[in-house]
Ligand binder design. Structure first.
Ligand code: BES
Ligand code: ZN
Ligand code: ZN
Length: 472
């Protein structure tokens, strides 16, 4: 893991290069104050202070008595608003600048440390990346108080990306269990794992989905409890389908290609739990991860089978590819039995959520208006946007079955992410505020600090929400 903490230092006058932060509003003023040589370079590179662009300017010939300024080059960089940086303002710089130390000139780095850090993280487990830069260290003054929080967020985000990027062969249910164990050891939690055929009695839907991979990658429900019992209880749940073939309702090759990422919800849940524990948020945490592979063999769940559930509802399987809602259903029921103050779940649940909102916006469903507003606001504050979708009961009937209490997949594809959320709602407790994130966990097109691959979406938003509600 990248040593994020080493990438930000308190500014005590060390020798460093300076970064002048510009935007469309103050670019012209800056340009006017420059010598002809610098104006010529800016013109040659067509640098006009646009966000996510920067330029290295030589300092050759200038004589400075300021020992804190490195004498080779300085940087000018464009951002959307030079007076208020956001978490992504410095991402292009973090990943693009040559190795060395830097400080911002006349601009506070407040609010921007996360992007500086996460942009320097790469997934290099399977390949030595050729154009890798050495670390860039940012020297900060008033923003130093934000360093620990930024480091925590970067670590959690890197964890989601790395877990999702790791192929299913190296990120099976056993590996997720190991990661939960490690986190628990670090923070002093308690782990309980219900594994293999013992799932059948109390978690029949988790068992049903996972049984085809029983021998190679045994299914399990991984639970972690952490924190003082007299603190408010919260539950975090994540879909941990370590590979989704679709089961007997098999996916096409193109549809299956990215399905190593179907444990993305579990990665988000684990990362959010790690934020809670790292920051020692005064809550009693219950993390639940149903970890299964949706595989195909002679014992696989069939279309037409009817499963019982922990809740007691019977479910007619109309599509074995709608497996996430089954494993989450049993986990949500268990979460509710402990009567927490709130439940948040994360899942790569439907392709329909992507059709509706695209890859960048997680669909957020919530049965409690105050919690929904809090989450949306936190998303805006963190530049980690969410979009709320309706748990509209008018579509409940789409899940009716003639021979069981419900089907797992509505016929037809209308409102696919809504009917999936309505299915989950049947298994979540009525009396506990509950938010469900249908997230893509994947970035198909790169942005500064955000390479193609696994991605955390809605993680920093939900963390900010929890901090706002339970932080001191
Ligand atoms: N893991 C998929 C959802 C998914 C697919 C997320 C592609 C992101 C990208 C899920 O288990 C699934 O297959 N859902 C089906 C549900 C359908 C059978 C009702 C889907 O969305 O097609
Ligand atoms: Zn599926
Ligand atoms: Zn799935």
């Amino acid at each position: 893991m990248t040593d994020f903490k080493a990438l930000i230092e308190a500014d005590t006058g060390q020798t460093a290069r300076t970064i002048q932060i510009l935007d469309a509003g103050n670019f012209e003023d800056w340009l006017k104050g420059q010598p002809d040589s610098i104006r010529a370079i800016a013109a040659a590179y067509q640098f006009v202070g646009k966000p996510d662009t920067f330029l290295l300017l030589p300092l050759v010939g200038t004589k400075s008595n300021d020992k804190s300024v490195a004498g080779d080059f300085s940087v000018v960089a464009g951002v959307p608003d030079h007076e208020k940086l956001d978490p992504w303002s410095l991402a292009k710089l973090g990943s693009g600048l040559p190795e060395g130390k830097y400080r911002l000139h006349e601009t506070s780095a407040k609010g921007s440390l996360f992007g500086w850090l996460i942009s320097q993280h790469e997934f290099d487990r399977y390949k030595q990346l050729p154009d890798r830069q050495g670390p860039s260290v940012l020297l900060v003054k008033d923003a130093i108080a934000q360093r620990d929080e930024a480091v925590r967020q970067a670590q959690a985000t890197a964890m989601v990306r790395d877990m999702v990027n790791t192929p299913a062969a190296d990120m099976g249910p056993d590996k997720i269990e190991t990661l939960v164990d490690k986190l628990s050891e670090k923070h002093g939690g308690e782990v309980k794992v219900t594994r293999g055929d013992t799932l059948e009695e109390h978690f029949p839907m988790i068992h049903g989905v996972g049984k085809a991979a029983m021998r190679a990658h045994a299914p399990r429900l991984i639970e972690l409890k952490w924190g003082k019992a007299d603190h408010p209880k919260i539950a975090i749940v994540g879909k941990g389908v370590t590979f989704d073939t679709g089961g007997l309702s098999m996916k096409s090759p193109a549809g299956m290609l990215l399905m190593k990422k179907d444990m993305g919800g579990a990665a988000h849940a684990l990362a959010l739990a790690s934020l809670v524990m790292e920051a020692k948020l005064p809550v009693h945490l219950h993390l639940l991860i149903p970890a299964v592979e949706n595989a195909i063999d002679g014992s696989a769940l069939r279309p037409g089978d009817i499963l019982n559930s922990r809740k007691g509802l019977t479910v007619e399987i109309t599509n074995t590819d709608a497996e996430g809602r089954l494993v989450l259903g049993d986990a949500l029921t268990l979460a509710g039995e402990e009567e927490p103050e709130l439940i948040i779940d994360f899942a790569t649940l439907t392709g329909a959520a992507r059709v509706a909102l695209g890859p960048d916006l997680p669909a957020m469903f919530c049965d409690d208006p105050e919690m929904a507003d809090g989450l949306l606001q936190a998303g805006e504050q963190e530049s980690d946007p969410l979009w709320q979708m309706p748990l509209w009961s008018g579509y409940d009937a789409m899940l009716n079955s003639p021979i069981a209490d419900c089907v797992n997949s509505a016929s037809g594809s209308f409102a696919g992410c809504i009917t999936a959320a309505l299915f989950l709602k049947k298994f979540a407790p009525d009396s506990v505020p509950w938010a469900h994130f249908d997230t893509f966990a994947w970035r198909p097109v790169a942005k500064p600090g955000r390479p193609i691959g696994g991605e955390a979406l809605g993680l920093r938003a939900s963390w900010r929400f929890l901090q706002g509600r339970y932080g001191q």
